[in-house]
Design a protein around this ligand. Structure first.
Ligand SMILES: Cc1cc2nc3c(=O)[nH]c(=O)nc-3n(C[C@H](O)[C@H](O)[C@H](O)COP(=O)(O)OP(=O)(O)OC[C@H]3O[C@@H](n4cnc5c(N)ncnc54)[C@H](O)[C@@H]3O)c2cc1C
Length: 219
């Protein structure tokens, strides 16, 4: 599907791009990712960070780097055309009306699919209890948006964690019944590996852990 760049915000350590989908039939589930192909053919995968309710607008967020892809993303004029393929992914919220408990574990830029899912949960009042464990710098991206979502729902808890992921950094933050909860983890591969080892150490069954590793990042 073709889409058009309609806005670009350059934040500290983060670029947020908004695209307008050309196909009114395009849909995605909160948490899924797409592939963005630039006019020069360079392509990358990105989780959609906006809610499906914002369509035809889709937002993605990324860390700047010196790669050709990111340089083009930063410089291409507003109204440039891109191709968007997908969506795909294992991170999404089933809409079958069942109550569920989720722990979202985000490493840095891995916050993007959780932004989409938390916003959608709040907008649609979905019957989920969500705790976000957000491992990031002391001034993490999207802090204010996340606090705003948590203020709108008693079933959304946001915990900002400024230390390395470990059994100690998670243990006190998960409730006793966490073994029955679903854990979703997203972020750079090193973070995702550490998170999985930590959750397995904490006796969370592997079948309850869903991962999204941002290949292309080295840390
Ligand atoms: C499912 C998924 C969702 C993602 N969501 C986001 C997101 O929301 N925000 C975000 O910033 N990034 C996301 N990424 C990562 C993103 O696609 C880029 O890889 C990342 O932003 C680094 O891009 P770069 O241009 O800075 O680095 P590059 O210069 O493109 O890559 C750095 C190094 O990684 C290698 N590499 C690149 N792509 C891959 C790959 N697919 N597999 C293995 N090695 C690779 C390159 O060869 C190079 O050595 C996601 C990745 C996946 C797979």
């Amino acid at each position: 599907m073709q889409a058009r760049l309609i806005n670009r915000d350059i934040l500290i350590q983060c670029i947020v791009c908004e695209f307008e989908a050309s196909d009114p039939a395009f849909i995605f589930q909160a948490g899924e990712y797409v592939q963005i192909v630039l006019e020069d053919g360079l392509k990358h995968y990105f989780s959609v960070m906006s809610s499906p309710n914002e369509l035809p607008v889709l937002k993605i967020a990324t860390r700047p780097s010196q790669s050709e892809f990111k340089k083009t993303l930063l410089q291409m004029p507003i109204a440039s055309e891109v191709e968007i393929n997908g969506p795909w992914g294992d991170l999404f919220l089933p809409e079958d009306g069942k109550e569920r408990t989720y722990y979202f574990v985000a490493g840095g830029i891995g916050i993007t699919p959780f932004m989409s899912m938390i916003k959608y949960k709040v907008e649609e009042n979905l019957p989920y209890d969500i705790t976000l464990l957000y491992f990031a710098d002391p001034d993490p991206i999207f802090r204010m948006d996340l606090e705003n979502y948590a203020n709108r729902s008693p079933h959304v808890r946001i915990l900002f964690i400024h230390e390395k992921i470990s059994a100690e950094s998670i243990k006190s933050k998960i409730l006793d019944d966490a073994r029955n909860a679903t854990f979703m983890v997203a972020g750079p591969p090193g973070f995702v590996n550490m998170a999985v080892h930590t959750l397995v150490d904490l006796k969370i069954p592997q079948k309850n852990i869903i991962l999204e590793s941002y290949t292309g990042y080295t840390n």
